[in-house]
Design a protein around this ligand. Structure first.
Ligand SMILES: C[S@@+](CC[C@H](N)C(=O)[O-])C[C@H]1O[C@@H](n2cnc3c(N)ncnc32)[C@H](O)[C@@H]1O
Length: 243
């Protein structure tokens, strides 16, 4: 009896821990030891990293102050990426030496300012697309405060139409507008993305149920290779144009 009272809570804990474990398509089943929950990348980031990067100069100090303010006072309902996603994308854009970044879904401009941090050092430009007039107004005010107007163009209107006017080559794409539009965005933009360029679909974990057709499209393409990364809980589907 004494042993049973010791074992029952253990079994309950094990069932609870394992309830989120998905049966893998390949590889070994997680051992009970592995199934023990590790901290997520987002949790660790928040323990060990500042929210925004250390400024390299006075211009970045100004940009980061605006980002801090947006996180503290504007983030509600804006659908912004989390700082952990911004940190990763900034690193990728800088590492690629990207000259042309395209964003679909500017909102109030938070992710755009992350791109601008990278584009200052690559000498590149951002073209960001938004259709909501209120968000466009907010984004414009934030871009002016951050002093990034010379690094970007904000294109107003339905991105399915406005991206037809984009010229290639594009080095980096962030898909962060409405999920049901992602396949059309991919089909329209892929021919303009350079070989070696990256296409990121945001919310690939958080809204995976809305991305079924997008996942099918990238897997079906012979020219694309993909990795799924959870820098934050929302997740990013990072796809590289291989040829
Ligand atoms: C998730 S929010 C973008 C957040 C932004 N990338 C950030 O992290 O700061 C999605 C945005 O896409 C915009 N959007 C939705 N459909 C669109 C379309 N067809 N064309 C342009 N923008 C669109 C919405 O108005 C919304 O502001």
């Amino acid at each position: 009896m004494k042993q049973l009272t010791r074992i029952i809570p253990l079994i309950v804990a094990l069932v609870a821990t394992n309830s989120h474990v998905v049966t893998p398509l390949h590889g070994d089943e997680p051992s009970p030891q592995q199934a023990k929950r590790f901290p997520t990348a987002e949790e660790l980031s928040r323990q060990i990293l500042p929210m925004h990067p250390k400024p390299r100069d006075a211009t970045e100090t100004r940009m980061i102050a605006v980002m801090d303010d947006m996180q503290a006072n504007q983030a509600q309902g804006m659908g912004n990426i989390l700082p952990e996603d911004g940190r990763l994308m900034r690193m990728l854009v800088e590492s690629l030496g990207a000259k042309h970044v395209v964003e679909l879904g500017t909102s109030n401009g938070y992710s755009a300012i992350w791109f601008c941090l990278a584009l200052r050092s690559t000498g590149g430009k951002l073209t960001t697309h938004e259709l909501d007039p209120e968000r466009i107004k907010l984004a414009k005010a934030n871009f002016s405060k951050a002093g990034v107007n010379d690094l970007l163009t904000l294109v107003e209107g339905d991105a399915h139409e406005t991206i037809k006017r984009l010229d290639g080559p594009i080095d980096f794409v962030l898909l962060d507008a409405e999920k049901e539009g992602f396949v059309d965005y991919l089909n329209q933009l892929l021919p303009k993305v350079r070989v070696g360029g990256l296409i990121i679909a945001h919310d690939s974990s958080g809204q995976a149920d809305q991305l079924t057709d997008y996942f099918k499209a990238i897997v079906a393409s012979e020219s694309l290779e993909t990795v799924l990364v959870d820098a934050s809980k929302w997740g990013m589907c990072i796809t590289r144009k291989m040829r």
